[in-house]
Write a protein that binds this ligand. Structure first.
Ligand SMILES: [Zn+2]
Length: 280
């Protein structure tokens, strides 16, 4: 699931490519993707005035309208050359931009990614954006303490709640706690000022490094299925092309075997030797 660094890098790339571009037409290919009653066709003829991120939401600004996109775990947003009229069964919506289209697709059958078409007032009230906690980059020790200590909870779990602090999920919660040398299950009302300082510094370092790497790695071009040459091999941790679940692996000393537990083993996850050796 993409978190702050990946979503920020994608929003920056789309902002560079799309600001000033006119939307010729817009289509919701899946009724379930568009969560608001406004028809997407309202943005036909509008010019994209910017693309930005807040929390884990990507916001495409179209003058007085805003398209707030939640990718969730298997949603993919990017640019593709305008091809066949219907961009595949996985398509959620598309903004047609002439030679290119901005397309939301979803790996797997479940439809979890969503798009909300909102005006200024509705965006200001849109809960996933309006009720977010502070952005973590640059937040100082006092800011972290204020955001996480009342009401108290377990650090790893509170860190992942967008209402407490924006944009962090399982991956970066673990990375930040490791960098700060803090136990995941520490209670947030028991941290010393020195520990809040460590958390603030670790979060800044971890997230800004991850953002730098994401800026180099993440492109705005949406890969087609054909471009992923193998479905599972060398795709450990990526979503299954069929069902969207994260792929598992069994590691051997020189190679690894990758499989989908949901599609292939009735959900059974095989012991991974690399993991069990560490646990022994
Ligand atoms: Zn699968």
């Amino acid at each position: 699931m993409p978190e702050l660094p990946e979503i920020q890098a994608l929003a920056e790339g789309l902002d560079r490519e799309l600001t000033g571009v006119r939307v010729e037409s817009a289509v919701a290919w899946q009724a379930a993707t568009l969560k608001t009653s406004r028809p997407l066709s309202e943005v036909a003829g509008a010019t994209i005035t910017g693309v930005r991120r807040r929390g884990k939401v990507i916001i495409v600004d179209l003058g007085p309208r805003h398209l707030a996109i939640h990718l969730m775990s298997a949603g993919r947003l990017g640019l593709r050359e305008t091809g066949p009229a219907r961009p595949g069964r996985q398509a959620g919506f598309s903004l047609e931009l002439g030679e290119r289209r901005l397309l939301l697709t979803e790996l797997g059958r479940k439809r979890r990614a969503t798009a909300h078409l909102l005006d200024d007032a509705e965006l200001a009230e849109h809960a996933p954006v309006a009720r977010l906690g502070p952005e973590p980059l640059g937040l100082d020790a006092d800011g972290w303490r204020t955001a996480l200590s009342a009401p108290p909870g377990q650090l790893h779990s509170v860190l992942r709640r967008g209402r407490r602090v924006a944009g962090i999920g399982r991956c970066y919660a673990s990375e930040i706690m490791w960098a700060a040398r803090l136990a995941p299950f520490r209670r947030t009302d028991g941290l010393s000022p020195e520990e809040w300082g460590r958390l603030a510094e670790a979060a800044d370092t971890v997230l800004s490094r991850a953002l730098e790497r994401a800026r180099e790695r993440i492109t705005t071009a949406l890969p087609t299925r054909e471009e992923r040459l193998t479905a599972v091999h060398q795709h450990y941790g990526d979503p299954c092309l069929r069902c969207g679940a994260d792929l598992h692996r069994v590691s051997f000393s020189e190679w690894e075997l990758v499989y989908c537990a949901r599609c292939q083993t009735d959900g059974k996850v095989y012991a991974d030797r690399r993991m069990s050796r560490l646990l022994r």
